[in-house]
Each structure stands twice: as structure tokens, then as C-alpha cells.
Design a protein around this ligand. Sequence first.
Ligand code: SF4
Length: 190
Amino acid sequence: MRGLLIDTCCGPCAMSALREFASPAWELRFLFYNPNVHPFQEYRRRLEAFEELMSKEGRTYTVFPYQPEEWIRAVAYREESRCEICYRLRLRRVADLALEEGYPAVTTTLLASPYQDHDLLHLLGASICRSRGLEFVVWDGRETYRAVLEEARNRGMYTQPYCGCILSERERYDRRRKGASAPKNRGGQA
Ligand code: SF4
């Protein structure tokens, strides 16, 4: 068995990773570290959906304390590059935990979503993992994304309407900002 630590954005994308890494060859553990999700009640809804899934599936996981200040300080005055900064923040955290806990490989459920920048995630994941002697495992859940969301809704799981940060929430709901220049995953689900 090979240990794989999975950075996890939400319950539905964790379902996608469970499908992808269903082989018993993997020993999976999930990490919920999302300082990029605002406001707190939204964070709590996503966390509850994630924990319920983990409990139903009998999976091991870790939740880092919620500190939105980490995301806010990281992107302040660099909002146009916020997604790259946000990816780095989360990938570094999962890679550091993998090093501490002896996991040889990491990945992220962001690769389940058609709203995220997969090329950038591959680049950052590979670079962050290389510098720590870890493997970044690439996969692609985009083709089954809609089907997984549907399944999540049928199971009564919460599915979020925007990516996570307060800026993506505004871009999702402020019609005047539609089409305005913004990171690739503006307004989409994570
Ligand atoms: S839009 Fe999503 S990926 Fe980009 S900074 Fe906000 S939460 Fe992070």
C-alpha cells in the first residue's frame, strides 16, 4: 500500500477523489485546510459535509484550525494573483504534513473541478513536492464532475455555489462583474 495525503476542498470533490483512488493499493488520508473559504458559516457547512462523508466512508482525516487570516494576509494587495497564492498555500500545507507524517505522495481534490486551473496546479504541485522529496499525483476528475455533483445532491450533501473566498462569492453573484478580468476559476464551485 502506498500512502497518499489528499488536500481536500469540499465533500463532493472528496467523493471524486474516493472514486479515483478506490484501489486498495492506496492508503488514503484527507486533509481539510481551507482558510480561503468565507464567511465562517459557509466554511462550517463545507466542513460538516466533508466530515459526514469521511465518517460514512470510514476514512481517516485531519482538520486544521480555521484561520482565514492566513489567506487574507497571503493575498493582500495581490488579489489578481489570488488563485495561484491560494493554491500554493494549500499545497504547501499538505506537502508539509506529508513530510511530517511520512506520506510519500500528495494530491489535491482541486483536480476534480473544471473551474480550477489544472496546468497551474500541476506546475505548483510538482515544484512544491519536488523540493520536499515527495511525489505529486496528477489526476483529472473533470469528466465525471457533473455526475459526482448529482450524486452528492442525491445523497443530501451540501454543494457550494462559489469557489470559496469572499471575492469569488462577489463574482458569482454580482452580475455587473460578469466577464470582468479575474482568475480563471472566478465564481465557480471548487
Ligand atoms: S477563487 Fe477559489 S482558488 Fe481562487 S483565491 Fe478564491 S478560493 Fe482560492
